[in-house]
Design a protein around this ligand. Structure first.
Ligand code: AMP
Ligand code: MG
Length: 321
Protein backbone atom coordinates (compact mmCIF):
# COMPACT_ATOMS: atom_id res chain seq x y z
CA UNK A 1 0.00 0.00 0.00
CA UNK A 2 1.15 3.51 -0.79
CA UNK A 3 2.37 5.70 2.09
CA UNK A 4 1.35 8.85 0.17
CA UNK A 5 -1.71 10.50 1.74
CA UNK A 6 -3.44 13.89 2.01
CA UNK A 7 -4.65 13.18 5.57
CA UNK A 8 -3.35 16.13 7.67
CA UNK A 9 -4.98 14.77 10.85
CA UNK A 10 -3.00 11.56 10.48
CA UNK A 11 0.20 13.60 9.98
CA UNK A 12 -0.53 15.53 13.19
CA UNK A 13 -1.09 12.30 15.14
CA UNK A 14 2.13 10.72 13.86
CA UNK A 15 4.24 13.83 14.50
CA UNK A 16 2.76 14.23 18.00
CA UNK A 17 3.82 10.63 18.72
CA UNK A 18 7.51 11.17 17.89
CA UNK A 19 7.11 9.66 14.40
CA UNK A 20 8.45 11.13 11.14
CA UNK A 21 6.31 12.40 8.27
CA UNK A 22 7.62 13.60 4.91
CA UNK A 23 6.14 17.04 4.22
CA UNK A 24 5.73 19.10 1.04
CA UNK A 25 7.37 22.50 0.75
CA UNK A 26 7.79 24.79 -2.23
CA UNK A 27 11.52 23.90 -2.37
CA UNK A 28 11.81 20.10 -1.87
CA UNK A 29 10.06 17.49 0.32
CA UNK A 30 11.31 17.45 3.92
CA UNK A 31 11.67 14.56 6.37
CA UNK A 32 9.96 16.14 9.37
CA UNK A 33 9.96 15.54 13.12
CA UNK A 34 9.09 17.44 16.33
CA UNK A 35 12.14 19.60 17.20
CA UNK A 36 11.64 18.83 20.90
CA UNK A 37 11.46 15.02 20.47
CA UNK A 38 14.91 13.50 20.83
CA UNK A 39 13.56 10.23 19.45
CA UNK A 40 12.19 11.88 16.29
CA UNK A 41 15.34 13.89 15.67
CA UNK A 42 17.59 10.82 16.12
CA UNK A 43 15.36 9.00 13.63
CA UNK A 44 15.79 11.79 11.05
CA UNK A 45 19.57 11.36 11.15
CA UNK A 46 19.34 7.54 11.10
CA UNK A 47 16.80 7.40 8.27
CA UNK A 48 18.80 9.78 6.06
CA UNK A 49 22.15 8.33 7.18
CA UNK A 50 23.05 11.95 7.71
CA UNK A 51 26.18 12.69 9.78
CA UNK A 52 25.45 14.38 13.11
CA UNK A 53 27.72 17.32 12.25
CA UNK A 54 25.18 18.44 9.62
CA UNK A 55 22.53 20.61 11.35
CA UNK A 56 18.80 20.68 10.54
CA UNK A 57 16.53 23.52 9.42
CA UNK A 58 13.68 24.41 11.81
CA UNK A 59 10.37 25.11 10.05
CA UNK A 60 7.97 27.56 11.73
CA UNK A 61 4.43 28.69 10.88
CA UNK A 62 5.08 32.43 10.76
CA UNK A 63 7.59 35.16 11.52
CA UNK A 64 5.76 35.74 14.85
CA UNK A 65 7.22 32.49 16.23
CA UNK A 66 10.80 33.54 15.45
CA UNK A 67 11.45 35.08 18.87
CA UNK A 68 10.93 31.72 20.59
CA UNK A 69 13.61 30.12 18.41
CA UNK A 70 16.33 32.78 18.16
CA UNK A 71 17.81 35.23 20.66
CA UNK A 72 18.97 38.02 18.34
CA UNK A 73 17.53 39.27 15.04
CA UNK A 74 19.77 41.79 13.21
CA UNK A 75 17.99 44.65 11.42
CA UNK A 76 18.64 43.17 7.96
CA UNK A 77 17.34 39.77 9.10
CA UNK A 78 14.07 41.47 10.06
CA UNK A 79 13.84 43.06 6.61
CA UNK A 80 14.59 39.72 4.90
CA UNK A 81 12.09 37.79 7.03
CA UNK A 82 9.35 40.35 6.47
CA UNK A 83 10.06 40.52 2.73
CA UNK A 84 10.53 36.86 1.83
CA UNK A 85 8.64 34.73 4.38
CA UNK A 86 6.77 32.51 3.77
CA UNK A 87 9.38 31.61 1.17
CA UNK A 88 12.52 29.82 0.02
CA UNK A 89 14.95 31.58 2.34
CA UNK A 90 16.53 30.15 5.51
CA UNK A 91 18.08 32.46 8.11
CA UNK A 92 20.87 31.28 10.42
CA UNK A 93 20.63 33.20 13.71
CA UNK A 94 21.76 32.90 17.35
CA UNK A 95 19.62 30.24 19.01
CA UNK A 96 17.71 30.35 22.28
CA UNK A 97 18.37 27.74 25.00
CA UNK A 98 15.13 25.97 24.04
CA UNK A 99 16.63 24.63 20.81
CA UNK A 100 18.24 21.21 21.41
CA UNK A 101 21.94 20.88 20.49
CA UNK A 102 21.28 17.89 18.24
CA UNK A 103 19.29 20.16 15.87
CA UNK A 104 22.20 22.59 15.48
CA UNK A 105 25.09 20.09 15.61
CA UNK A 106 26.22 21.79 18.82
CA UNK A 107 26.47 25.23 17.21
CA UNK A 108 25.10 28.33 18.95
CA UNK A 109 23.18 29.25 15.80
CA UNK A 110 20.01 27.73 14.35
CA UNK A 111 18.71 27.66 10.77
CA UNK A 112 15.03 28.64 10.50
CA UNK A 113 12.45 29.28 7.79
CA UNK A 114 8.73 29.71 7.09
CA UNK A 115 8.02 27.46 4.10
CA UNK A 116 5.57 28.65 1.44
CA UNK A 117 3.30 25.65 0.92
CA UNK A 118 -0.39 25.80 1.93
CA UNK A 119 -0.51 22.19 3.21
CA UNK A 120 2.59 22.49 5.39
CA UNK A 121 1.62 25.96 6.64
CA UNK A 122 -1.71 24.50 7.76
CA UNK A 123 0.11 21.60 9.43
CA UNK A 124 2.56 23.92 11.22
CA UNK A 125 -0.29 26.17 12.44
CA UNK A 126 -2.07 23.17 13.94
CA UNK A 127 0.99 21.68 15.67
CA UNK A 128 2.12 22.96 19.08
CA UNK A 129 5.80 22.57 18.07
CA UNK A 130 8.01 23.51 15.06
CA UNK A 131 9.32 20.84 12.70
CA UNK A 132 12.92 19.99 11.93
CA UNK A 133 12.99 18.91 8.31
CA UNK A 134 16.03 18.22 6.15
CA UNK A 135 15.43 17.15 2.57
CA UNK A 136 13.73 13.73 2.44
CA UNK A 137 16.49 11.84 0.66
CA UNK A 138 19.32 9.60 1.80
CA UNK A 139 22.42 11.70 2.58
CA UNK A 140 24.15 12.94 -0.61
CA UNK A 141 21.48 11.65 -3.00
CA UNK A 142 19.08 13.62 -5.23
CA UNK A 143 16.52 15.70 -3.32
CA UNK A 144 12.83 14.74 -3.73
CA UNK A 145 10.45 17.12 -5.48
CA UNK A 146 7.46 14.74 -5.80
CA UNK A 147 5.82 12.49 -3.19
CA UNK A 148 6.76 9.46 -5.31
CA UNK A 149 10.46 10.31 -4.99
CA UNK A 150 10.17 10.12 -1.19
CA UNK A 151 8.16 6.90 -1.36
CA UNK A 152 10.86 5.35 -3.54
CA UNK A 153 13.55 6.23 -0.99
CA UNK A 154 11.78 5.60 2.31
CA UNK A 155 8.70 3.36 1.92
CA UNK A 156 10.18 0.89 4.41
CA UNK A 157 11.31 3.56 6.89
CA UNK A 158 8.40 5.98 7.39
CA UNK A 159 4.64 5.65 7.61
CA UNK A 160 3.52 8.67 5.66
CA UNK A 161 4.31 11.19 2.93
CA UNK A 162 1.92 14.12 3.21
CA UNK A 163 0.89 14.74 -0.39
CA UNK A 164 1.27 18.33 -1.55
CA UNK A 165 1.92 17.64 -5.22
CA UNK A 166 5.09 18.58 -7.09
CA UNK A 167 7.32 21.24 -5.48
CA UNK A 168 6.97 24.56 -7.29
CA UNK A 169 10.51 25.84 -6.85
CA UNK A 170 12.28 22.50 -6.91
CA UNK A 171 15.63 23.34 -5.31
CA UNK A 172 16.56 23.95 -1.69
CA UNK A 173 16.21 27.26 0.12
CA UNK A 174 18.85 29.98 -0.03
CA UNK A 175 20.66 30.00 3.33
CA UNK A 176 21.71 33.34 4.82
CA UNK A 177 23.83 33.75 7.95
CA UNK A 178 25.02 36.92 9.67
CA UNK A 179 28.55 38.12 10.38
CA UNK A 180 28.67 41.29 12.48
CA UNK A 181 24.94 41.60 11.74
CA UNK A 182 25.60 41.72 7.97
CA UNK A 183 23.98 39.01 5.78
CA UNK A 184 26.21 36.39 4.11
CA UNK A 185 24.89 33.73 1.72
CA UNK A 186 26.00 30.23 2.82
CA UNK A 187 24.02 28.23 0.27
CA UNK A 188 22.72 29.36 -3.12
CA UNK A 189 19.12 28.29 -3.57
CA UNK A 190 15.59 28.92 -4.73
CA UNK A 191 15.61 32.63 -3.86
CA UNK A 192 17.88 34.44 -6.36
CA UNK A 193 20.75 36.61 -5.07
CA UNK A 194 19.46 39.50 -7.17
CA UNK A 195 16.14 39.43 -5.26
CA UNK A 196 17.91 39.37 -1.89
CA UNK A 197 20.09 42.31 -2.92
CA UNK A 198 17.04 44.31 -3.96
CA UNK A 199 15.88 44.12 -0.33
CA UNK A 200 19.14 44.59 1.65
CA UNK A 201 21.81 45.78 -0.83
CA UNK A 202 25.02 44.04 -1.92
CA UNK A 203 25.57 40.72 -0.22
CA UNK A 204 28.63 38.47 0.25
CA UNK A 205 28.51 34.86 -0.94
CA UNK A 206 30.54 32.25 0.97
CA UNK A 207 29.26 28.94 -0.30
CA UNK A 208 32.56 27.10 -0.61
CA UNK A 209 34.13 25.03 2.15
CA UNK A 210 37.39 27.01 1.92
CA UNK A 211 35.55 30.32 2.41
CA UNK A 212 33.55 29.08 5.33
CA UNK A 213 35.18 26.15 7.13
CA UNK A 214 32.85 26.74 10.08
CA UNK A 215 29.53 26.21 8.32
CA UNK A 216 28.61 22.58 7.79
CA UNK A 217 26.89 21.07 4.80
CA UNK A 218 28.94 22.64 2.02
CA UNK A 219 30.13 19.35 0.73
CA UNK A 220 31.92 19.20 -2.61
CA UNK A 221 29.85 16.15 -3.53
CA UNK A 222 26.13 16.34 -2.83
CA UNK A 223 22.75 16.08 -4.59
CA UNK A 224 24.16 13.20 -6.66
CA UNK A 225 22.61 10.69 -9.02
CA UNK A 226 24.06 7.16 -8.79
CA UNK A 227 24.98 7.48 -12.46
CA UNK A 228 28.28 9.22 -13.16
CA UNK A 229 27.48 12.85 -14.03
CA UNK A 230 29.50 15.43 -15.95
CA UNK A 231 28.79 19.18 -16.13
CA UNK A 232 29.86 20.99 -19.30
CA UNK A 233 29.24 24.09 -21.40
CA UNK A 234 29.60 22.05 -24.59
CA UNK A 235 27.43 18.93 -24.70
CA UNK A 236 28.38 17.80 -28.21
CA UNK A 237 32.14 18.11 -27.58
CA UNK A 238 31.76 16.16 -24.31
CA UNK A 239 29.84 13.36 -26.04
CA UNK A 240 32.83 12.85 -28.36
CA UNK A 241 34.96 12.03 -25.30
CA UNK A 242 32.76 9.01 -24.47
CA UNK A 243 32.46 6.62 -27.41
CA UNK A 244 30.16 3.57 -27.17
CA UNK A 245 28.58 4.71 -23.92
CA UNK A 246 24.90 4.89 -23.11
CA UNK A 247 24.60 8.65 -22.57
CA UNK A 248 21.78 10.70 -21.06
CA UNK A 249 21.73 14.47 -21.62
CA UNK A 250 20.24 17.12 -19.35
CA UNK A 251 19.95 20.13 -21.64
CA UNK A 252 18.98 23.70 -20.78
CA UNK A 253 16.76 24.95 -23.62
CA UNK A 254 17.42 22.99 -26.79
CA UNK A 255 17.64 19.45 -28.15
CA UNK A 256 21.08 18.31 -29.35
CA UNK A 257 19.55 15.88 -31.86
CA UNK A 258 22.45 13.42 -31.80
CA UNK A 259 22.09 9.67 -32.35
CA UNK A 260 24.80 9.22 -29.73
CA UNK A 261 22.30 10.32 -27.04
CA UNK A 262 20.16 7.54 -25.52
CA UNK A 263 17.90 9.87 -23.52
CA UNK A 264 17.52 13.63 -23.35
CA UNK A 265 15.57 15.97 -21.07
CA UNK A 266 15.24 19.70 -21.77
CA UNK A 267 14.81 21.83 -18.63
CA UNK A 268 13.02 24.76 -20.29
CA UNK A 269 12.50 25.31 -24.00
CA UNK A 270 11.64 28.93 -23.24
CA UNK A 271 14.90 29.41 -21.23
CA UNK A 272 12.86 30.08 -18.09
CA UNK A 273 15.19 29.57 -15.10
CA UNK A 274 12.31 29.10 -12.64
CA UNK A 275 10.92 26.27 -14.78
CA UNK A 276 14.42 24.79 -15.11
CA UNK A 277 14.86 24.79 -11.32
CA UNK A 278 11.49 23.16 -10.74
CA UNK A 279 12.36 20.35 -13.19
CA UNK A 280 16.01 19.84 -12.19
CA UNK A 281 15.79 17.06 -9.57
CA UNK A 282 12.85 15.26 -11.20
CA UNK A 283 14.87 15.14 -14.44
CA UNK A 284 17.92 13.78 -12.59
CA UNK A 285 15.69 11.16 -10.89
CA UNK A 286 14.35 10.10 -14.32
CA UNK A 287 17.76 9.90 -15.98
CA UNK A 288 19.19 8.04 -12.98
CA UNK A 289 16.59 5.27 -13.41
CA UNK A 290 17.48 4.53 -17.06
CA UNK A 291 20.64 2.45 -16.48
CA UNK A 292 22.79 4.93 -18.36
CA UNK A 293 26.61 4.84 -18.30
CA UNK A 294 26.79 8.60 -18.03
CA UNK A 295 24.70 11.75 -17.57
CA UNK A 296 26.03 14.87 -19.30
CA UNK A 297 24.46 18.05 -17.96
CA UNK A 298 24.63 21.43 -19.62
CA UNK A 299 25.84 24.44 -17.60
CA UNK A 300 23.18 27.15 -17.40
CA UNK A 301 23.64 30.94 -17.74
CA UNK A 302 25.28 32.15 -14.52
CA UNK A 303 22.52 34.58 -13.51
CA UNK A 304 19.57 34.43 -11.09
CA UNK A 305 18.47 30.85 -10.40
CA UNK A 306 20.97 29.69 -13.05
CA UNK A 307 23.70 30.25 -10.41
CA UNK A 308 21.86 27.98 -7.94
CA UNK A 309 21.21 25.28 -10.54
CA UNK A 310 24.87 25.32 -11.61
CA UNK A 311 25.88 25.00 -7.95
CA UNK A 312 23.78 21.84 -7.59
CA UNK A 313 25.02 20.34 -10.88
CA UNK A 314 28.61 21.13 -9.88
CA UNK A 315 28.19 19.17 -6.62
CA UNK A 316 26.27 16.37 -8.38
CA UNK A 317 29.20 15.91 -10.76
CA UNK A 318 32.06 16.34 -8.27
CA UNK A 319 34.77 13.67 -8.47
CA UNK A 320 37.48 13.64 -5.80
CA UNK A 321 40.98 13.60 -7.31
P1 AMP B 1 18.94 20.49 4.22
O1 AMP B 1 18.05 20.50 5.40
O2 AMP B 1 19.28 19.12 3.73
O3 AMP B 1 18.43 21.38 3.14
O4 AMP B 1 20.33 21.11 4.71
C1 AMP B 1 20.39 22.01 5.76
C2 AMP B 1 21.64 22.83 5.64
O5 AMP B 1 21.45 24.01 6.41
C3 AMP B 1 22.88 22.23 6.25
O6 AMP B 1 23.52 21.33 5.40
C4 AMP B 1 23.73 23.47 6.52
O7 AMP B 1 24.43 23.86 5.36
C5 AMP B 1 22.72 24.53 6.80
N1 AMP B 1 22.65 24.86 8.23
C6 AMP B 1 21.74 24.41 9.11
N2 AMP B 1 21.98 24.92 10.32
C7 AMP B 1 23.06 25.69 10.21
C8 AMP B 1 23.82 26.48 11.13
N3 AMP B 1 23.49 26.58 12.42
N4 AMP B 1 24.88 27.14 10.66
C9 AMP B 1 25.21 27.07 9.34
N5 AMP B 1 24.56 26.34 8.43
C10 AMP B 1 23.49 25.66 8.85
MG1 MG C 1 19.63 18.01 1.72
Amino acid sequence: MSIISKDITKAITLLSNDELVAIPTETVYGLAGNIFSEKAIQRIFETKKRPFFNPLIVHISSVDVLDTIVSHVPEKAKILANTFWPGSMTLVLKKTKKIPDIITAGKDTVAVRVPNHPVTLELLKKLPFPLAAPSANPFNQISPTKPEHVEHYFKHDIQMVLDGGACKNGIESTIIGFENDEPVVYRLGALAIEDIESAVGKITIKNKKEENPDAPGMLDKHYSPKTKTILTSSILAEIENHQNKKIGVLAFNTSFKSDKIAAEIILSITSNLQEAASKLYDSLHQLDHLNLDLIIAERLPDIGLGKSINDRLQRASFVAL
